[in-house]
Design a protein around this ligand. Structure first.
Ligand code: PLP
Length: 386
């Protein structure tokens, strides 16, 4: 089976993890702060808060921005459920903004229309979560402008997008947002097995997220409500969680980030080759906005169903049977049973639903070979045309 995504682990990664295993600290040692600094410096953000997943990062980001009961968080329906679930963890409500039919990212025009309506109804969102699908940045400048006008905060779900750029700057620098989130799950661009990070340029948000990832406990005298009672002393000043990243994970991340640019360059070579060999098929290849340098976490094609006699489901099944690990990113979140019971229905977000009828993620990872790409192409051709 050719999978749709795969981690790249080399001897230097293994050595880095083993040396931490033999060191004094398996958790709460020097590797995590080093990894945080490496990621923040790489993308040009002031602070990085490493946690055990992007899901945890989204949760503490929402809490740090004050999201609570009665508030609204808006995101894209074409995302992993975590981008929306983070609001529910905080007791807030979720709504969705339809996608741009070219980029499949949250559409700024649809956002503006929805904001005008929401303002009239007194239900403006506190937070909007744009998701950089496949690693291509959303139109952050437009979304930021709307945030200034309507007073919402922005969390970029950049789970797909580390190493990608927007207007020639690394995604994650928070130029147009309050907080950006990365995921280091093995299918993503770099991995720590499980892991994530929240980045921000705001000192106060960084301090709050730092507290929340570790029980709300501090050893910093400046944050304490009364003088220390001795060297053992710490204070719990908020209700936090254990969302910490381990030293083993951080060491793996530090080793991986050395190869970040080369991973993304390799993904571009693969994407360009797909673009060339797939041109004659009845499919739409990923359109790239001129402001974007994608990390190409995913290579999503859309079937032109009016030119094909077989169904989307049939092509998908035939690809899987032929040993091609195609996938579908994503089932629109508002159509999940858990969200349907909150009142969302099929038909609410037509662009997203249309996308779901046509999209297929082809295999995309740095070690994918040209021969494997040709197998993908041939299998697709046999099943689209045949
Ligand atoms: C992977 C992913 C997440 C969750 O990441 P974890 O690290 O697995 O928690 C959230 N949002 C998007 C868009 C993702 O792709």
């Amino acid at each position: 089976m050719i999978p749709y995504g795969r981690q790249d682990i080399r001897q230097e990664d293994i050595d880095a993890v083993v040396s931490v295993l033999q060191s004094d600290f398996l958790t709460q040692g020097p590797q995590v702060p080093l990894f945080e600094k490496a990621v923040a410096d790489k993308v040009g953000a002031k602070h990085g808060i490493a946690v055990n997943s992007a899901t945890s990062a989204l949760h503490i980001a929402c809490l740090a921005l004050g999201l609570r009961k009665g508030d609204w968080l808006w995101t894209s329906p074409i995302t992993f459920v975590a981008s929306a679930n983070c609001a529910l963890y905080c007791g807030a409500k979720v709504d969705f903004v339809d996608i741009d039919p070219r980029t499949y990212n949250l559409c700024p025009n649809a956002l503006e229309k929805k904001l005008i309506q929401a303002k009239k109804q007194g239900r403006l969102p506190k937070i909007v979560v744009p998701v950089h699908l496949c690693g291509q940045s959303c139109d952050m400048q437009s979304i930021y402008k709307l945030s200034q006008q309507y007073g919402f905060k922005i969390i970029e779900d950049a789970s797909h997008a580390i190493g990608g750029k927007y207007q020639n700057e690394y995604i994650g620098n928070c130029r147009y947002s309050n907080i950006s989130i990365f995921s280091f799950h093995p299918v993503k661009i770099i991995t720590t097995a499980e892991g994530g990070m929240a980045l921000t340029n705001d000192d106060e948000l960084a301090q709050t997220m730092d507290l929340l990832r570790s029980h709300g406990i501090t050893r910093n005298a400046d944050l304490m409500t009364k003088p220390s009672e001795g060297l053992w002393y710490y204070q719990q000043i908020a209700l936090g969680f254990n969302y910490r990243m381990t030293e083993l994970q951080a060491a793996l991340g530090l080793s991986q980030i050395e190869r970040l640019d080369s991973f993304v360059e390799k993904r571009h070579v693969i994407a360009e080759h797909y673009n060339e060999i797939l041109t004659n098929l009845p499919i739409t290849i990923p359109w790239q906005h001129p402001d974007s340098y994608s990390s190409f976490h995913l290579y999503v094609i859309r079937l032109q169903l009016n030119k094909i006699t077989v169904t989307h489901k049939q092509i998908f099944e035939r690809m899987r049977t032929a040993g091609i690990g195609v996938n579908l990113h994503y089932i629109p979140v508002h159509t999940q049973p858990y969200y349907q019971q909150m009142g969302f229905s099929q038909g609410d977000l037509p662009q997203a639903e249309q996308y779901y009828q046509e999209a297929i993620s082809l295999p995309m990872y740095p070690s994918l070979t040209i021969e494997q790409q040709h197998i993908v192409y041939k299998t697709l051709e046999d099943n689209c045309v045949g």
